[in-house]
Design a protein around this ligand. Sequence first.
Ligand SMILES: *Cc1c(COP(=O)(O)O)cnc(C)c1O
Length: 246
Amino acid sequence: MSAQNGTGEARAEQLAANLARVEQRIADACRAAGRDREEVTLVVVTKTYPASDVRLLAGLGVREVAENRDQDAAGKAAETADLPLSWHFVGQLQTNKARSVVRYADHVHSVDRLRLVEALSSAATAARRQVGCLVQVALDAEAGDRGERGGVAPDAVPALADALAAAPGLRLDGLMTVAPLAGAYAGQPRAAFDRLMEISSRLRETHPAATMVSAGMSQDLDEAVTAGATHVRVGTAVLGVRPGLR
Ligand SMILES: *Cc1c(COP(=O)(O)O)cnc(C)c1O
């Protein structure tokens, strides 16, 4: 921090205040739902923000961070490799990026097709890495389809989960969703997250270790915690409004 000026300090204070507000929301939602605070992990989504913010967040006690583009994530992970951080990849992922992503990501939340399972598996094996994977569920997709923002329709979850569980170098850790902007669940995050919890319960009958439920962002993290999410992915509420639509 010695090279940081007053601006860095102001940013740290701002991030600390934002983190405290998010922490309060998570704690309130846990209390209201009769859940232990320890059941929910805050993953801070640092996309579009610089590695210096990641460093400040680490100094404030953040340990789980997420990115949605390999081009940005790889550099930030390298610049902050000295910090005790766990990286989550949460964006739509092209198979040709798998080799890069498995080098820094401990979790990939956005697995939504068999080709990606195969690409991640061979990349993880070659890198001698074990990567935790979540099946991304699209609650706005018809049976057999993919979602507008990635993910598979609920009917495709079991087959993809089986493939992940059997893939060398990968570990099936659970499910992820983004509350849909269209379809029956548009504007109904609570109903969407309840549906995800049902799919998760069914998945755990055959894969009991797949306990992660990644749901909830800045706008709807409260509903996600109420429904039973184990991981909330929060960007804007911690770092500020991003320029552009990412
Ligand atoms: C950007 C992003 C988030 C965080 O969204 P905010 O609304 O900024 O909290 C969560 N999940 C995914 C997949 C994202 O791309």
